[in-house]
Write a protein that binds this ligand. Structure first.
Ligand code: SF4
Length: 948
């Protein structure tokens, strides 16, 4: 930081007129030496042990404070951007967070949610001590207990379950992941098939569409080198890794790249684009296939890439055995396959003008290998068959040969680091049908949102159920069915909620265990943000600060506020106690790699990983540091740069065999590479080792109609919507850039910026229905309704309404106070079996607390909880919850109030059954539960894949 800044003319004038304080006259006071220097956006690392700044809250008094700067990683979305904590050396308290310029993905930049981490740390409502339920579940009665008793109680119960071979009754359900491989290691060590995640309400639609091409299930675009960028999302402001991606999209555009956006809503991203294509929800694959057709018909494809890296021979063999096995015959067949997907047809389905589709398609063809794309949730998570969005988007990358090229779109795994652990537990010998039931053999992740219904059907029960930063009652569809399940002790024996802050699900727990926010815990982070590979170290900054000043702590909680633990240490402690004598085979995995027979410490756990991270030991040595000390100092490391064309990596063929016709290289009966133009390459990890345009998997698993990239009509296709009855397609999935799913109610700055989620409705539609801006409307879903205010706008296409998914948090009278910057006080009544009603008693208002800002709350709108009025919509193939809803909009009834909710959970169970009937269950070939080659979270032993 410097004060050599020259005043501008405006500043000089303002100072002269005493409009502002004189900032440039130091009044003869010597400016501390540490203030001298060039202007910087961040203090240099050599000053991170002692950095002096004026305290802005003391202004106009110039009060200097000395800080220690400690890097960590943000946890307020999945991007894991770098943060730099400023720790006051006098009070040993965190004062603020800025960006960490040494983080290779975020490069010192953050969105608003990063610095707002300080609000979460200082939240006066946060949980500081472990709590145990003392009344009936959900009654809101708690007592403070010791961590010792918590660990003893839970570990004893788990030990008994493992001894009695009830391994499937232990489940860990994660909301916000992270923990690169940590929990897989823990769960495998326990021998339980216990991983359950939120992914099927988040991203598994898009993931499946990518995986069926190449196994890798996410895109990693190289936006900064692209010539043309196509986003099926609002990715400049929201979505996975949006901050690292957004800055690279802007770099690409500054170098001349064009940006096109498919989105029914005029998002901030769409408003910045060269082409906004407001497609009808679910029609995106029709648009993308029409673009593919233009590229095929006009010969704009990359012949060399298609010829070498696509399984077109397999396609011809299966579909056209009588045709010559030539590339020309393939292109001819492909043209025939997609002949109906004219731009005019796509216009009819989507509303996007045919000329725009043609124009964009030609520019994509012109960009060739420098064509980057992205879709994450968005259309892929909203629609029946949403996985076809990513499949058809990737089709454009394949046609242009822009897979993994400079300026193209790489498979995720190329840019994501996998750590090496000190121990490798065997895959578990159990398959948990509550997580992956046989009806969904291709489900990309666990069918987590069906859990209440499957428990209701008696498919199993849970003895120990951990929820971690996970709030299905609020975040998931059908939250009242979750409450019914969580209240039933015969279905869920013990519910342990690990969470930094109160939430609607923790209210129905048996234990609430306070866990640290991002600067209060360890974690390893790595994501596919650009054409490189990096790791970031989320670390407890106060613990590190204590280490630096010579007052080290044995456990993280000793440096944290109250008795807030970190999860890593909790799992290690718990695991050690599950198996005190080692007889269960658990304990050995939690022994130190450096001290035989002793319990591993958290420093040792990361020490081992960093010592086995390529290039890190060398970089650390160059600075005279150990790898762990290097990561503690910088908080991040770039493992690899310029990662391109990894599929061409030479493969060792010693001991391998070559299939003469397909040129596939096999070892031990498994494909390990492909011979292309005489070179032995690793290729892609698919059965053909190529990009699978033609999917034998889809044929084998009873979906032959989708053997090629296809358009699947959504459950909210216009044919299903009766506009004369005021039915609309509702988009309930979009994110506001400054909010965090269900986790920003404790961040006052964020709640101040955004605290409403009105219903977007097109001005024409509103006028036709006599709905004025701000008026109350009842939004009827298939299981109930909610009451919201209309926001009349031209920024949404006609026939479609939209509502952001962040807001509408609640607590009841009996619940502990939490998230009061954003939560409504509500009354919930079960009028009769399965009939639930919620009404807002008090909305957001100022409250007394040690933080004076809590008395200054000026907003009163806590929003509307819409998700709880949605039934489950499991896609029969990907397993993704299809979020979009067919809704009927009407003016609010006379006795309706803003925020009212009604839900019939009996009806939601019926809808679950209706969607279940759409599946084509396992077994597949050979009696398999699911294809062996596709990934599965926490993959169990091979023998469990077979239905007995
Ligand atoms: S994008 Fe924002 S919320 Fe997400 S990790 Fe980065 S700074 Fe945090």
């Amino acid at each position: 930081m410097t004060f050599n800044h020259k005043p501008t003319i405006i500043e000089k004038a303002a100072e002269a007129l005493h409009v502002i304080e004189n900032l440039h006259d130091h009044g003869g006071d010597p400016v501390p030496e540490s203030y001298q220097g060039e202007q910087r956006s961040c203090p240099p690392p050599e000053s991170w042990d002692s950095w002096i700044e004026y305290d802005p809250t003391s202004w106009p008094e110039k009060k200097a404070r000395e800080y220690m700067l400690v890097p960590t990683s943000c946890f307020n979305c999945e991007a894991g951007c770098g943060l730099l904590a400023y720790i006051d050396k006098e009070t040993m308290q965190i004062r603020k967070f800025t960006g960490n310029p040494y983080h290779p993905a975020s490069r010192g930049r953050n969105c608003a949610k990063g610095p707002a981490t300080i609000n979460q740390v200082e939240d006066t409502d946060r949980i500081l001590y472990p709590l145990k339920r003392v009344g009936p579940r959900g009654s809101g009665k708690w007592e403070r207990v010791s961590w010792e008793s918590v660990l003893h109680d839970i570990s004893s119960r788990m030990r008994k379950a493992l001894q009695e071979k009830r391994n499937n009754e232990i489940s860990y359900h994660v909301g916000r992941p992270g923990h690169e491989g940590f929990m897989d290691w823990v769960l495998k060590a326990w021998g339980v098939d216990g991983h359950n995640s939120h992914t099927n309400i988040c991203s598994s639609g898009a993931r499946f569409g990518y995986a069926i091409w190449q196994l890798y299930d996410r895109p990693s675009p190289d936006h900064s080198n692209a010539k043309f960028i196509l986003l099926v999302s609002a990715h400049l402001e929201a979505g996975h890794y949006f901050n690292p991606h957004a800055q690279r999209i802007v770099e690409g555009r500054m170098k001349g790249a064009k940006l096109a956006v498919l989105d029914p809503r005029l998002s901030n991203t769409a408003s910045m684009s060269d082409y906004w294509m407001p497609s009808y929800p679910g029609s995106e694959p029709a648009v993308l296939l029409a673009m593919a057709k233009v590229i095929i018909d006009e010969g704009l494809y990359n012949r060399a890439y298609l010829e070498n890296w696509v399984n077109w021979q397999q396609y011809l063999e299966a579909e056209y055995p009588d045709r010559p096995m030539t590339f020309e015959a393939f292109i001819e067949a492909l043209g025939e396959e997609y002949q109906e997907y004219t731009p005019e047809y796509a216009e009819k389905e989507s509303g996007v003008p045919a000329d725009t589709i043609r124009d964009v398609a030609r520019q994509i063809g012109d960009a060739g290998e420098r064509f980057s794309t992205h879709v994450w949730r968005s259309a892929s998570s909203g629609n029946l068959g949403g996985w076809a969005v990513s499949r058809t988007l990737h089709f454009l990358n394949v046609l242009t040969g822009s897979v993994g090229t400079p300026g193209g779109t790489a498979p995720s795994a190329w840019n994501k680091f996998k750590p090496t652990f000190h121990t490798h537990p065997e895959p578990q010998k159990f398959w948990n049908p509550l997580h992956l039931p046989d009806e969904y053999p291709l489900a990309h992740y666990e069918m987590s949102f069906l859990l209440p219904h499957m428990l209701k059907e008696g498919r199993g029960k849970l003895d120990v159920y951990f929820t971690r930063v996970f709030n299905p009652v609020w975040t998931y569809p059908d939250g009242f069915s979750w409450i019914e399940a969580l209240e039933d002790e015969s279905k869920i024996g013990l519910h342990v909620a690990l969470t930094p802050t109160w939430n609607e699900t923790a209210y129905f727990a048996d234990y609430v265990l306070p866990m640290g926010h991002s600067p209060e815990r360890h974690d390893l982070v790595s994501y596919e943000t650009h054409a490189g590979k990096w790791i970031a170290f989320r670390q407890p900054v106060l613990r590190v600060a204590h280490e630096r000043r010579g007052t080290p702590k044995e456990y993280t909680w000793q440096a944290n506020v109250g008795e807030v633990w970190e999860e890593d240490e909790f799992w290690i402690e718990l695991s050690w106690r599950i198996d005190p004598d080692g007889s269960l085979g658990v304990k050995k995995h939690f022994e130190s790699p450096y001290r035989a027979g002793e319990k591993i410490t958290i420093n040792e756990y990361y020490q081992y990983i960093f010592e086995h991270t390529p290039n890190l030991p060398e970089a650390a040595k160059a600075e005279g540091l150990t790898p762990l000390a290097y990561m503690k100092k910088y908080g991040a490391f770039e493992v690899e740069t310029d990662v391109y064309n990894v599929h061409e990596t030479p493969v060792d063929i010693s001991g391998a065999s070559l299939d003469g016709s397909s040129r596939t290289i096999y070892r031990d009966g498994k494909p390990v590479g492909i011979q292309v133009c005489g070179d032995n390459c690793t290729g892609f990890p698919t059965p053909s080792r190529k990009q699978e345009l033609y999917s034998q998997t889809m044929v084998d698993w009873k979906w032959p109609e989708y053997r090629l990239p296809a358009y699947i009509r959504s459950h909210v296709h216009p044919e299903t919507i009766d506009r004369s009855n005021n039915e609309f397609a509702l988009i309930p999935t979009f994110r506001l850039p400054v909010l965090i799913h269900s986790r920003s109610g404790n961040a006052k700055w964020l709640a101040e910026i955004a605290h409403r989620n009105p219903l977007w409705i097109n001005a024409g539609d509103a006028a036709a229905m006599g709905i004025a801006n701000g008026s109350l409307v009842r939004v009827n879903t298939d299981i109930g309704f909610h009451v919201n205010r209309a926001w009349v706008t031209e920024s949404i296409r006609p026939g479609v309404v939209a509502c952001s998914h962040h807001i509408g948090r609640w607590r009841r009278d009996q619940d502990a106070k939490g998230n009061r910057w954003a939560s409504n006080l509500v009354a919930i009544n079960r009028e009769e079996k399965g009939k639930w009603r919620m009404r807002v008693k008090e909305s957001v208002e100022p409250f007394e607390s040690p933080d004076p800002d809590s008395g200054r709350i000026f907003w009163s709108d806590g929003g509307v909880h819409q998700n709880i009025t949605f039934p489950v919509h499991p896609d029969p193939i990907s397993g993704m919850h299809c979020w979009h809803q067919k809704v009927r909009i009407e003016k609010a009834h006379a006795d309706d109030q803003y925020g009212d909710v009604f839900v019939d959970t009996d009806r939601s169970f019926e809808i679950y059954k209706e969607w279940l009937a759409m599946t084509r269950p396992a077994p597949g070939p050979g009696g398999l539960r699911r294809p062996m080659w596709l990934n599965r979270p926490l993959r169990p032993a091979d023998e469990t894949y077979y239905i007995k």
